[in-house]
Design a binder for this molecule. Structure first.
Ligand code: SAM
Length: 323
């Protein structure tokens, strides 16, 4: 069991396995932005880090990116991680574009929980926000349902004047398809503050609106996972919704996570630019114990809270951290 300096239990690691993404979401950024292959952690390096962290008490792993389904060996990775002692749960966050193609193999490899990002139910608007093809994601969602992934959660970032008018439609989607929808507050990465301010919608505004329209009952348990969302069942249905409000509500006091970047930096916080390099140690013959000490050092450096409220320039795009 790992407890940080502020008494938080650290049991969750996000693995960003590539910075490559085929979409270009207006709040995130790159379409095809890539580090050289040699800068990206090899699969055996990721697997070794999972083995070491699992031995230290990390139980939950999420594969993300960039777009994780753009890394060919992702199915192999899921299969290997599933066999590591101490790994209790593997999940994935994907834009869904390649999910219809890979869903079955991922399921067979042992993936159960999946989050799919979708910011609009209107194909033309979806293309404006992401540059992508809505129908591919829609097929991916249907395939995930047919294959029995559970839970399936849709990530939606509501933005003022862009897609905020669709939040009710997303709740209806949750009801119709019996899945979860999470409303994620827009975080100020890569935008100047004026641009961010124009689009930022405090998640409480969305919650108030939806609470007036639907009967929402607080939800706890295995479906809710290990993250920062506050979940509600839509009463009388199998659908549920979640609210993630890193700025307007803050949840650093219960943050349980670390993040591994595609190029092998371990980060104790999404927002702060604190990172400890593990790639060079992995490639320079460090022992398991020496690498574990670097992981402990990262945990010791986990800050008390994020500083999203301060305007600053970020060293990395979200796609290079693993959102
Ligand atoms: N490519 C995958 C996907 O699209 O789900 C995984 C990576 S993406 C960075 C992970 C999640 O971060 C997505 O659900 C996306 O909506 C969210 N995200 C990215 N930038 C964000 C921002 N500035 N504010 C809020 N959420 C953001």
């Amino acid at each position: 069991m790992v407890i940080d300096n502020y008494g938080r239990l650290i049991n969750y690691l996000r693995l960003s396995i590539t910075d490559h993404c085929n979409l270009s979401c207006l709040y995130c950024r790159p379409k095809i932005n890539k580090k050289a292959r040699c800068q990206i952690l090899r699969l055996e390096e990721i697997i070794r880090l999972v083995r070491l962290t699992a031995g230290m008490g990390i139980k939950h792993y999420r594969i993300t990116g960039g777009e994780p389904l753009f890394r060919r060996e992702v199915v192999y990775l899921v299969r290997e991680l599933n066999q590591i002692k101490g790994v209790e749960e593997i999940s994935m966050t994907t834009n869904g574009v390649r999910l219809a193609q890979f869903g079955r193999e991922l399921k067979e490899a042992g993936l159960r929980r999946i989050n799919i990002s979708l910011d609009s139910l209107r194909p033309d608007r979806y293309r404006q926000i992401t540059g992508g093809d809505f129908s591919r994601v829609w097929e991916g969602i249907d395939e995930a349902i047919n294959l029995g992934f559970s839970p399936i959660k849709i990530n939606m970032v509501p933005m003022k004047g862009i897609n905020e008018d669709e939040v009710e439609a997303f709740v209806r989607l949750a009801i119709e398809k019996g899945l979860g929808v999470r409303f994620i507050e827009f975080m100020p990465f890569n935008q100047d503050r004026a641009a961010w301010n124009k689009l930022h919608l405090p998640i409480g505004v969305v919650q108030d609106r939806l609470s007036r329209l639907f009967n929402l009952k607080p939800l706890n348990g295995s479906i809710t996972g290990n993250g920062p969302a506050e979940y509600y069942q839509i009463e009388g249905t199998a659908g549920f919704i979640g609210f993630i409000a890193p700025l307007s509500r803050g949840f650093c006091h219960r943050c349980n996570r670390l993040r591994l970047t595609p190029d092998g930096k371990l980060r104790p916080c999404l927002e702060r630019d604190i990172e400890i390099d593990l790639k060079s140690p992995l490639r320079n013959g460090y022992s398991d114990e020496e690498i574990k000490e670097l992981i402990r050092k990262t945990i010791r450096e986990k800050p008390h809270d994020h500083h999203f409220h301060e305007e600053r320039t970020y060293q990395r795009a979200m796609s290079a951290i693993g959102g």
